[in-house]
Design a binder for this molecule. Sequence first.
Ligand SMILES: [Fe+2]
Length: 291
Amino acid sequence: MTMLAEPVSAICLVKLHPLIGAEIRGVDLTRPLDADAQRQIKDAWHQHTVLLFRDQNLSEDDQRRFASYFGPVARRVPPKPGAKGVGDSPDWHDMMMVTDKVDAGGKPLGSLGHGEMWFHTDKCYHRRPHRASFLYGIDIPAEGGHTKFSSLYAAYDRLPADLKRRLDGTMVIQGQQYGVGRRIDITLPLETTHHCRQPIFVTNPGSGRKALYVASQNSMWIEGMDRDESEALLARLFAIAEDPEIIYEHVWRPGDLIMWDNLACLHARTDWPPQQRRTLRRCTVEGEPLY
Ligand SMILES: [Fe+2]
């Protein structure tokens, strides 16, 4: 049965933080959205980077349909053969269960397990980084397990002028170490891990604004510098990108759907008590190469 598109006369928007994030109210994502509603939400997303929709009751198909308004829904990418720390055996379709639940035999029922994850941006280590991520809250711990979002536009804007000049046109190697929620081991053989050189400054195709495209979990080194110089400079950039003043911290409720722009923000996960479980469902949409 074909559902009629949901008419939305005007989006009700409430900012979550002065620099990043807005809640959209009055939209039921279990219904298809008409072109006008899609346009309003896309405009809000370009402006605010992170959008929150509360009190949703989304099936996988609902989540996939909403994501598809923003680009082709991406298939998940298996790790490189031989990569260590892969904690699950998913079938690599387009939905990922982000959960620390295990079956009776102790086998993980999803991906990304338990505990803190440092700031990162999804799929920055691919030639075509996935543009947006859509995360839906299902089982939420009573405390912790928050998601922090930092504005990479604000990070760029806050760079000292001499650093902007020095880094203009520079490339950074972005990588992913599966099963590690902290800084990637920069001595890893590159052939064992997904990695890609990317511009350190990215002009966002939706907003036209420039962002500082580094992440303390993913960024390995800056091209054209020796490792000590790169490490010192990356440490400065990570501190700017993770300044608490440019961060919105989201406290999840079941039924929250959050979408974000992977070219305009970083996200990180806070820890939660070991006896509590946490389950969310994620999909992403494809993006374009950055150069
Ligand atoms: Fe992520």
